[in-house]
Design a protein around this ligand. Structure first.
Ligand SMILES: [Mn+2]
Length: 327
């Protein structure tokens, strides 16, 4: 089998870890599952080597799947930590602003970057970085570091590694054929420790508030099919109150519609409109480019942008004008 996803972890990285007794682990602001679970897995691995680990994140912990772990992290870098000149490990961040404020106060320390994003502006020292754009999650790269450090895989660590993988791949949905063989080898090693995919699926999905599920239903009910169904527009109005991000339910449901190429979620904010875009794979629409034309960002299949001063009734013609040449 051709090996694509992982390359050897450099000696510079392994030595930096071995020589450090104090390590600050930082992931990105507004964290997602992969950010938090790669941090927790790294903490568990480093602790087994006797390291003192500090988990840092600016938050906020808004996503349901990570809320329970907030207390394990801090956004305050103590003077004591600063003065100890810890090794810094940055996980799941593609640009220098992603690690947020906590990183600013530790800048200048020796820093390792582990990430799987294809784009971004490198802000790291080559030999201290472990970047593999083909890896479906940062947690799989953390597992390569674990192996290189000869730390055995226990169930607890495997569960974190699996959770980051599951959240970044939409529970196996977004894995390409290039990624699949090596990814599933990893998954196989995780489940061998006793990790149970069924249980993790329920843990990631259950516990939603009834009203949040109803609101998602309302947003789907009010969605509009445009341009012969190639574009579907849904609205998240200011008066809608949800304790979660309705898009997590609304996008996948609307992307299942026959003939759809792009789903747009128009989110009414205090100062304008935030557009969320999701594109169907293999339909030739790059919503990342559309978003960046609007000074936003993202990937070819998932992206977003905010247009200040735009009113909700202006949002649909505004975005359809831009989508007509693309679909
Ligand atoms: Mn990630």
């Amino acid at each position: 089998m051709k090996r694509n996803l992982f390359h050897p972890v450099s000696d510079a990285i392994l030595n930096a870890i071995r020589e450090s007794s104090e390590i600050a682990v930082i992931s990105h602001v507004n964290p997602d599952g992969d950010a938090i679970f790669s941090s927790l897995a790294m903490e568990s691995i480093l602790s087994q080597l006797g390291k003192k680990v500090h988990l840092l994140n600016d938050g906020p912990f808004k996503r349901r799947e990570i809320m329970d772990y907030e207390s394990r992290f801090t956004s305050i870098v103590s003077d004591k930590l600063k003065n100890s000149s810890p090794l810094v490990m940055i996980l799941d961040c593609s640009t220098e602003d992603r690690p947020g404020e906590v990183y600013q106060s530790l800048k200048g320390n020796k820093t390792i970057v582990i990430d799987h994003h294809a784009s971004g502006r490198p802000f790291y020292e080559e030999k201290l970085s472990y970047i593999s754009p083909l890896s479906p999650s940062t947690t799989l790269l953390v597992d390569e570091v674990r192996k290189a450090l000869s730390v055995p895989l226990d169930r607890n660590t495997a569960e974190y590694l699996m959770l980051g993988f599951l959240t970044d791949t939409g529970f196996f949905h977004f894995i390409s054929d290039i990624q699949a063989p090596e990814s599933f080898e990893k998954v196989s090693s995780f489940v061998e420790t006793g990790v149970n995919p069924y249980e993790l699926y329920d843990r990631l999905h259950d516990g939603r508030k009834f009203n949040d599920v109803k609101l998602s239903g309302r947003i789907i009910g009010e969605a509009e099919s445009c341009l012969e169904g190639k574009v579907i527009i849904a609205y998240e109005k200011k008066e809608y109150e949800s304790s979660e991000r309705p898009g997590d339910t609304v996008y996948p449901a609307l992307l299942e519609c026959e003939g759809v190429k792009v789903v747009v979620l128009i989110k009414e904010r205090e100062d304008g409109i935030e557009f969320g875009f999701r594109a169907k794979r293999d339909k030739g629409v790059d919503v990342g480019r559309l978003a960046s034309d609007l000074s936003g960002g993202g990937h070819s299949l998932a992206a977003g942008a905010t247009v200040k001063g735009l009113k909700i009734e202006e949002a649909k013609p505004f975005i359809l004008d831009r989508l007509i040449p693309l679909v």
